[in-house]
Ligand binder design. Structure first.
Ligand code: GCU
Length: 318
């Protein structure tokens, strides 16, 4: 890893007279629809800039966890990453609002906000923490999945060790619903499930499938507690070095990739659902009302924060 980072530092800082290369690290496998969105951005950027501004992708956590990738951006070792907004909330607290259970009513409500005022505020506000947001990708809704326990109501989560992402909001979310939240990075989870370190986890369908967690977990419970988006980030150390023209190319390429990524997402979910049924994974569609009710204190607590309350109010009234 050190070698790669050292090489990337050299490469990403060395721009020849006519081309610049941006190193882009993320933690998902190449079969994932979010990776495909990043590839679409890479291609569009190449085309728009006529090869003058390019992206090199390091998928699959090759350069470390999401937290580590964000740190590499902050110190300027690599230029770009794609992380879950959950991971980002450790660095830019405004993103905590994206992890509030049942805040977004559906995908339309989510994107109306992410692609409107609220999204702009979150993406641009990241600069304060050296992490400028470029765009949001669809990451669907997150639901619980378990190895051996069917879950029909929050009561069934009692005493269950559930892996969540490494941030306070994800921990509060799962604990509020009655589970025992166990934070760890995505890359460690398959082994943790296999070795019974945890009894289950929570994620969207494409991540459940592309990580092969479905091989170990036989129940997928559509409680859809959160809709945490994925976010493409550029370190301000690199962003500030780009010319206005280069920034324009990158933003236009990102915009194009956002539209394509939504299509990849929908197609993948459909294929994955079929495959999961054939593989014998049991889908459970619980009554969501008790989940909504039990998780309410999470939003109430964030509403006490004068920085976050106006953002939450805006989303609720939009
Ligand atoms: C999703 C998300 C990833 C994140 C993962 C996780 O798959 O796209 O960015 O790492 O969830 O649960 O850690």
């Amino acid at each position: 890893m050190l070698l790669v980072v050292a090489a990337s530092t050299f490469q990403s800082c060395s721009s020849t007279k006519d081309s610049k290369l941006l190193y882009f690290a993320h933690s998902l496998p190449m079969s994932h629809p979010v990776h495909k969105g990043i590839v679409a951005m890479q291609e569009a950027l190449n085309e728009k800039s006529d090869g003058k501004l390019q992206i090199k992708i390091f998928p699959d956590g090759q350069l470390g966890s999401e937290r580590e990738a964000l740190e590499l951006l902050q110190i300027g070792s690599i230029a770009m990453t794609k992380v879950s907004a959950s991971a980002l909330s450790n660095f830019a607290p405004e993103y905590q609002i994206t992890v509030i259970p049942y805040l977004f009513r559906d995908s339309d409500h989510l994107f109306r906000n992410l692609e409107g005022e609220v999204g702009k505020q979150l993406l641009e506000g990241g600069s304060e923490y050296l992490l400028r947001g470029i765009c949001f990708y669809d990451a669907g809704a997150r639901s619980f999945y378990t190895k051996d326990r069917p879950v029909h109501s929050p009561d069934d989560l009692d005493g269950l060790k559930v892996r969540v992402q490494n941030d306070q909001m994800s921990v509060s979310m799962a604990n509020s619903l009655g589970a025992s939240a166990t934070p760890m990075s995505f890359g460690e989870l398959y082994t943790a499930l296999q070795q019974n370190v945890v009894d289950g986890a929570e994620n969207n369908i494409p991540s459940f499938v592309s990580s092969n967690h479905f091989e170990v977990c036989k129940y997928y419970i559509f409680d859809e507690h959160t809709m945490v988006p994925d976010v493409v980030i550029i370190g301000t150390k690199f962003w500030d070095l780009l010319s206005d023209e280069e920034k324009g190319w990158l933003e236009a390429a990102a915009k194009e990739s956002v539209a394509k990524q939504k299509v990849y997402w929908a197609e993948t979910v459909e294929e994955n659902m079929k495959m999961l049924k054939e593989a014998g994974v049991e889908f459970i569609y619980p009554d969501k009302a008790p989940f909504v009710e039990k998780s309410k204190p999470v939003m109430e607590r964030l509403m006490q924060n004068p920085k976050l309350k106006p953002i939450i109010d805006k989303i609720n009234s939009n």
